[in-house]
Design a protein around this ligand. Structure first.
Ligand code: ADQ
Length: 482
């Protein structure tokens, strides 16, 4: 079998027991049995470039090859360009983007280094799959080192319309570098359409079929491959007898409570302050204390060296304090805010015990929590998923209660509706949702992307390689043959 080589910024640590990041979760699920090689950053920092050395370990049938970053790389490539330019702009937050030339240089430098380390370890028949916004130019860097293999790229985050994207000073170069891949994949049809618009309107490309673009006489395949979860493993985790006993114990002590749950990385894209305000509106508008609702919000720490993340953490602490101070009672804490990572088994059990799954990002590539919540439900008495229309998952999961997360009255009303929804309606909606997440699980995602990538074999040679990326807007392109 062809060896699969996956490249992502971070390689997940399978021994850590919990992975609070969507990319790590879906790739670990997908790679566990498939095997191959996974290359990326190990999360460690070193002072100097001379200290960078690759190390290897095994995870099942998979080889994990990792390198550290330097402190400067971390500042410029990771915190700088990736997380203060690309992440906010891809989530439509131009107000939070902060561009510097050093950060852009750092981004190019680390992508070049990834290519330097990886290229000597590649075999001619490897299928290479690069993941996410930190590594957009990696394909072009590999091509310029003579790598002629099929290389695919997948965007886990949204791809905004050209009107938003062009705010990145480097964008023409960055999107042009995507043309060096054989296949570029997106989470939703809307993201794919935005990409095609960019290529046609700004790079003078043409769409020659639904999945083929032609630019300067070259062809690029692109398509929609929605990420899924390992459904059966979540079903099994949520049905673990010891876990069920724990829930039953809680329910005995707490008969009148209804639980709503939110699980997110603590990121401004996840709409957490808006969610807390919608919960406050629910408590305000429906002071029906016969069935007090408790919201459990698990928010794992992420990128907490950046100001935007420190600000949102403070905002949430203040909001949760105010809500509990105003509505709490001797025997009721309305909002339980847990600011740490939690084991997946524990999450599964709490999903199952919650009548409402509250997934209300302001913008999200897909959102795996929505799918995990559905998988964990008791089919005979399921809870209700409330889902933001701005999560990629909403394109498919239409039987959820779809809401506008900016409209706190609408979200509060949906919570009320979920609390009152008759069991038959809950069962019917859940049955349809379960069907959809099974159709598009982690395994299907990987299989369909790799099938499409393999079918590119031999189609695309002599691609354009960009020579000096940061000055590319005005630079002539060099042709290579593979
Ligand atoms: P994320 O932005 O990280 O992923 P998401 O899809 O919700 O978002 O995945 C988060 C994962 O981390 C879930 O599996 C969840 O269970 C887990 N998690 C979150 N908080 C946790 C906590 N406190 N403790 C333990 N686990 C926690 C990115 C994109 C998404 C896209 C995924 C996959 O931003 O839009 O769905 O990649 O492509």
């Amino acid at each position: 079998m062809t060896r699969l080589v996956v490249v992502s910024n971070r390689v997940a640590d399978p021994g850590a027991g919990q992975a609070s990041g969507g990319l790590a979760v879906c790739l670990l699920d997908a790679m566990r049995d498939r095997g191959g090689m996974w290359f990326g950053w190990n999360g460690q920092l070193v002072a100097d470039e001379n200290e960078i050395a690759a190390s290897c370990s095994r995870y099942g049938r998979c080889t994990l090859m990792t390198i550290p970053l330097t402190e400067r790389d971390h500042r410029e490539f990771y915190l700088g360009f990736s997380n203060q330019v690309l992440w906010p702009i891809h989530h439509y937050r131009l107000d939070l983007a902060h561009f510097t030339l050093e950060a852009a240089e750092g981004y190019r430098r680390v992508n070049a280094r990834f290519a330097d380390v990886l290229a000597p370890h590649l075999h001619r028949s490897d299928l290479i799959w690069v993941h996410d916004y930190q590594l957009i130019p990696l394909g072009a860097e590999l091509r310029s080192r003579g790598v002629g293999n099929e290389i695919g790229f997948f965007f886990h985050i949204p791809f905004p319309p050209p009107e938003v994207l062009t705010a990145v000073p480097e964008y023409e170069w960055l999107v042009s570098s995507l043309l060096e891949y054989d296949l570029v994949g997106f989470q939703t049809a809307a993201d794919h359409a935005n990409f095609c618009r960019f290529v046609c309107e700004f790079l003078d490309g043409q769409k020659v079929s639904p999945d083929t673009l032609r630019v300067s006489g070259k062809y690029l395949k692109s398509g929609v491959f929605p990420v899924g979860i390992d459904v059966e493993s979540f079903v099994a985790m949520a049905q673990d007898p010891a876990a069920i006993k724990r829930i039953q114990r809680r329910e005995r002590n707490d008969k009148r409570r209804i639980y709503a749950i939110g699980v997110d990385r603590l990121d401004y894209s996840k709409g957490l302050p808006e969610k807390f305000r919608a919960f406050r509106r629910l408590l305000d508008s429906y002071p029906d204390n016969s069935k007090p609702v408790t919201l459990i919000q698990v928010a794992s720490p992420t990128r907490d060296d950046l100001k935007a993340y420190i600000d949102i953490r403070h905002e949430l602490e203040a909001l949760s304090g105010k809500i509990n101070g105003r509505f709490g009672d001797f025997d009721w804490t309305p909002l339980r805010y847990i600011h740490r990572s939690v084991a997946r088994e524990t999450l599964a059990v709490h999903y199952r015990a919650s009548r409402i799954g509250l997934v209300t990002p302001l913008r999200d590539g897909m959102n795996l929590v929505a799918k995990e919540y559905i998988a964990a439900q008791d089919v005979a008495d399921p809870g209700v998923l409330i889902l933001s229309r701005f999560a990629g998952a909403a394109e498919d999961l239409q039987e959820a209660l779809i809401v506008n997360p900016y409209d706190i009255d609408e979200v509060a009303h949906a919570m009320r509706r979920a609390i009152e929804m008759p069991k038959e309606e809950r069962i019917e909606r859940h049955r349809m949702l379960m069907k959809r997440i099974r159709q598009r699980d982690a395994c299907n995602w990987m299989r369909s992307f790799l099938r499409a990538l393999r079918s590119c074999r031999g189609h695309l040679r002599g691609k354009l390689v960009l020579t000096t990326p940061l000055a590319i807007a005005n630079a002539p392109a060099k042709r290579v043959t593979g």
